[in-house]
Design a protein around this ligand. Structure first.
Ligand code: NAD
Length: 355
């Protein structure tokens, strides 16, 4: 297989961690006989410095012409005082919109080797967890009608939650497709006891569930889901939910893993292309010091192999190599307790050895 991958290294630790993931992809290419061609494009602060805007047209065109896109992170203190629409972070919304990415996949996994980093009670952490949050990304209350008006008590503000059947159908399908590649269990999260949008959500998710008879599908109210995530996270496999509920629950899920440098994500649209990136930011405090944990970006590359290219075995090979380095006690400073941490380059080399 030959694939063209656009690289958006970005700012801060972005270049270091993307380069680590590229090395891993090259090794996978050698091992499984694939050719991955990489083309770098500017994004974020580095793009502002080079051409005055955070998301140059060449970057958008390059991403749309590629088979998939790997992003590091953008932003940093150098650009913090620019006006909102000129800031590096503006490029993130811009590229997601240009690629029409409406599905966000956020896995959250507790590695047994990192159980001591988990903020949950040890008896809960002992069960481990491995869940995937599928969040609708372009609809709901963040995009609905909004404004100010005069109401019963004077000035008031309002935001509107609106979901069409089509938007729910496509995110539900994304969740069921992901579940087919995992443990075939979808929990759909809503607030159907109160919200009309949630009632349409629930009805539509169950209609789509009929297309996937192998997948178990149940519903959970969002308030209960927030509790269950800290009480019994091992019950979840795939969670599908709306934009706002997903925003909140995916941050809760990432926090209970205890390690921001380990968490990957994917944003998908109607094509297989997708945008793959770690959930963390550009970590300017450790940029250029060979201290960044490259694992979140390496696992994002594994997600790319799985979701963009359907290379399940190759994706698993990367994930197992990461499991193995952790089992072998190799740690970057963010997940090390005490002495003996390795740098970004050394961690990458150790993962390469285990592929
Ligand atoms: P951050 O995620 O960059 O850093 C938070 C803390 O986690 C820092 O102490 C950092 O050193 C640490 N950290 C993050 N990733 C790490 C890694 N891979 N290895 C080791 N340690 C890691 O969040 P922040 O400090 O709030 O933001 C810094 C900049 O990143 C800001 O400009 C922000 O706007 C931007 N940002 C970008 C994205 C993105 O590009 N998707 C996301 C969030 C924040």
């Amino acid at each position: 297989m030959e694939m063209n991958i656009a690289l958006l290294r970005g700012d801060g630790i972005g270049p270091e961690i993307v380069d680590s993931a590229v090395e891993v992809l090259k090794k996978i290419g050698e091992k499984y006989n694939h050719t991955f061609n990489f083309t770098p494009y500017l994004i974020g602060g580095s793009a502002i410095d080079a051409c005055g805007e955070p998301l140059p047209k060449e970057t958008v065109d390059g991403c749309l012409a590629s088979d998939s896109v790997l992003l590091g992170a953008v932003g940093g203190p150098k650009w913090d005082n620019l006006p909102g629409d000129k800031r590096p972070e503006k490029a993130l919304l811009g590229i997601r919109a240009a690629m029409e990415l409406y599905t966000n996949l956020r896995p959250a996994r507790l590695y047994p080797a990192l159980a001591e980093d988990c903020p949950l009670r040890p008896d809960i952490a002992a069960n481990g967890f491995d869940l995937l949050i599928v969040r609708e990304l372009t609809g709901g209350i963040y995009f609905g009608d909004r404004g100010y008006r005069q109401g019963k008590y004077g000035e008031e503000a309002y935001d509107t939650e609106c979901y069409s059947r089509v938007e729910i159908e496509r995110i539900a399908r994304a969740a069921f497709e992901a579940a087919m590649k995992r443990n075939k269990n979808v929990i759909s999260i809503d607030k159907a006891n109160v919200l009309e949008t949630s009632r349409l959500w629930r009805k539509t998710v169950h209609e789509i569930a009929e297309e996937y008879p192998e997948v178990k599908c149940t519903d959970m109210l969002v308030d209960n889901a927030a509790m269950q995530l800290v009480k019994n996270p091992s019950q979840f496999d795939v969670v599908v939910t709306s934009n706002m509920f997903g925003d909140i629950l995916s941050d809760e899920a990432s926090q209970i893993t205890g390690s921001i440098g380990m968490l990957a994500s994917a944003s998908l649209g109607n094509t297989t292309r997708g945008l793959y990136e770690p959930i963390h930011g550009s970590a300017p405090d450790i940029a250029g010091q060979n201290k960044a944990n490259p694992i979140a970006t390496i696992l994002s590359a594994a997600m790319m192999l799985r979701y963009a290219f359907s290379l399940e075995e190759e994706a698993l090979c990367i994930e197992k190599a990461v499991d193995k380095v952790l089992e072998d006690g190799i740690r970057t400073p963010d997940i090390a307790h005490g002495e003996g941490a390795v740098g970004t380059k050394e961690m990458t080399a150790e993962i390469l050895k285990r592929i």
